[in-house]
Every structure is written in structure tokens, then in C-alpha cells.
Design a protein. Structure first.
Length: 318
């Protein structure tokens, strides 16, 4: 198949690019590298079925030839990024979604939208099923991400109902793994980066807020299965095991052998206190559930971060 992936140089997009190329598909990555990193896909340079186009998908998109899938992953996804890039985040999830839907419709291609558990906001229902409408503050600081993703879902469903577009929507819960940037504002990358450099691990709030952490390979497998499933409404892909942020901090310190202490700071505005997916739909329709437990996933992620730190040190010395 000929597959276009926006945001394909990002953390999750690059892993999906690898998976699809390994299956023999032609992959064209569109990315303006604002939060993505070309190093994530540089190893595919020269691959006969790989193409990279530096482009902001919030602007008009022109792609010649036939296309089988348009997969829209372009968007800042970490709190630091979407708070600094508030307008860009709103644009890529509104104009960018509209532009990519237009490409899919013009090419008679299937469409795949990467949405997020953030559409549930600070949930009042636990765990969160796809039928839950969420508890989102539309004008709070996180609204630029939460509401733009909710709009992207609405626009995708409108194209499905109005134009018969063959679409999929995945709601991604906290994901971690290699290529997740140091200190990007997500808790796993923050903790590992701080632990490996023996800096204090920063917990916002009292540490009792919960998250569910899924390793990137599990997420990519769920995405791939959803592509092959004739299901058009949103689907949760996440790990149904709940951990407190405090438990994660202690585990990271233990696994890295760090001398870091834990410090506490104020909880950010509208930060969700509990986050856990109901994955019943993914289990029944995709026969999917995560396989990588938190400790195994952290081992692989920590090893990658150590490699990156060693390379940075060597480069700075050189």
C-alpha cells in the first residue's frame, strides 16, 4: 500500500513508519519537524519505499499519484509543547485535519486519526469507555490540545457520515518508549531523564494521581490492528493497569540506581487526577491487549536513554 503519515518523524509516528515499512508498504512521511526529529527516521533514508517531505500540514497539501491511507499523527502532544505552541496545536488539529481529510477524500483513500485520552479531560467516570463524553475545560491552558482533538474527531466523523469516508479514530493513552524526548513534559521521559542525571524527580501534586502506561510497541500493534478493522467510531488503545505517579517515580529511581530525591510542586491547572482506559472494545474487536509490562518497557526505554546520554557526552567532548 501507499501510506502517508503526517507527523511521521515524531515519537509514535516514527515507530509506525518502521512497522509499515517492515511489512513492505510504501510510506511517505510529512513533517515540519517542529516537535518531530528527523533522526527518528534517518535510518530509513535510502529505503526504496520511504519518502520524506518537509511540510506543515496546516497548509495546503499536494501529493501526486494514488494513495491508500492517510494517517494523521501531526500534532504537539506533550504539555510543554502544546502550551508553548498553542496556536500551532489548534491549527494542526483543525486545519491540518481538514486538509488531510481532503487528501483522503480526493484520493479515495482510507483515513486514520490519532486522537488522545485527553478528550476525556479530568474524567468523572473511571475507567473511561469510548462512550464517555468527557469533562474538559475548553478555555483552560490544556484546552488548546483537548478541544482541538475533540474537534478533529468530530470533523473526521462528519466526513465519514457526509462523504462516506472510510475512517478510523484511535484514542491513545499515555505511551512511552525509545525516541520519546528528554524532559518533554511527559512523566516517563521526565523521570528517566532526571534519574539518569541524578537530578530531583519532580512530582506535580501529591503523587497519588494515576496514569496507565503503555509501551510504544503495544500501541503500534493496536493501531495496526485497527487499520484492518472495519470500525469507524473512536477506540481506546491503552494499558488497563493503573499506577500512581509516586509509584512510577520510585520504580524509575530503583531501576536506574539513581541517587535522585523526589520533590513536589503544585499540580498544573486541569491536570487529570485519574486516567485509565476501558479497553473492552479493543479486546473484542481487535483481539488486542498490551503485552509489555511496565518494568520490561522501562528497561528498554532506560537503555535507550543511556545510549542517548552517552552519545551526547561523546559529542560534547569531541
Amino acid at each position: 500500500m501507499k501510506i502517508v503519515i503526517t507527523g511521521g518523524a515524531g515519537f509514535i509516528g516514527s515507530h509506525l513508519t518502521d512497522r509499515l515499512l517492515s511489512e513492505g508498504h510504501h510510506v511517505c512521511v510529512l513533517d515540519n519537524l517542529v516537535t518531530g526529529n528527523y533522526e527518528n527516521i534517518e535510518h530509513q533514508k535510502g529505503h526504496p519505499k520511504f519518502e520524506f517531505i518537509h511540510h506543515n500540514v496546516s497548509n495546503h497539501i499536494h501529493l501526486p499519484g494514488e494513495i491508500d491511507w492517510v494517517i494523521h499523527f501531526a500534532s504537539p502532544a506533550s504539555p510543554i509543547d502544546y502550551l508553548q505552541l498553542s496556536i500551532e496545536t489548534l491549527k494542526v488539529n483543525s486545519l491540518g485535519t481538514h486538509n488531510t481529510l481532503g487528501v483522503a477524500r480526493a484520493k479515495n483513500a482510507k483515513y486514520f486519526l490519532a486522537s488522545t485520552s485527553e478528550v476525556y479531560g479530568d474524567p468523572l467516570v473511571h475507567p473511561q469507555p469510548e462512550t464517555y463524553w468527557g469533562n474538559v475545560n475548553p478555555i483552560g491552558p490544556r484546552g488548546v490540545y483537548d478541544e482541538s482533538k475533540r474537534f478533529a474527531e468530530a470533523l473526521t466523523m462528519a466526513y465519514h457520515h457526509k462523504h462516506g469516508l472510510d475512517s478510523r479514530i484511535v484514542r491513545i493513552f499515555n505511551c512511552y518508549g525509545p525516541r520519546l524526548r528528554f524532559n518533554d513534559g511527559r512523566v516517563v521521559s521526565n523521570f528517566i531523564g532526571q534519574a539518569l542525571t541524578n537530578k530531583p524527580l519532580t512530582i506535580y501534586g501529591d503523587g497519588n494521581q494515576t496514569r496507565s502506561f503503555q509501551y510504544v510497541d503495544d500501541l503500534v500493534d493496536g493501531i495496526r490492528r485497527l487499520m484492518d478493522c472495519d470500525h469507524h467510531e473512536p477506540m481506546n488503545i491503552g494499558n488497563p493497569h493503573e499506577f500512581t505517579v509516586g509509584e512510577l517515580a520510585k520504580l524509575v529511581i530503583e531501576m536506574t540506581g539513581s541517587k535522585s530525591e523526589i520533590v513536589y510542586k503544585s499540580l498544573p491547572v486541569d491536570d487529570p487526577k485519574r486516567r485509565l482506559p476501558d479497553i473492552g472494545k479493543a479486546k473484542s474487536l481487535l483481539s488486542w491487549s498490551p503485552k509489555v509490562d511496565l518494568k520490561s518497557g522501562l528497561e528498554k526505554t532506560i537503555a535507550w536513554y543511556k545510549q542517548q546520554l552517552a552519545g551526547t557526552t561523546l559529542n560534547s567532548v569531541g
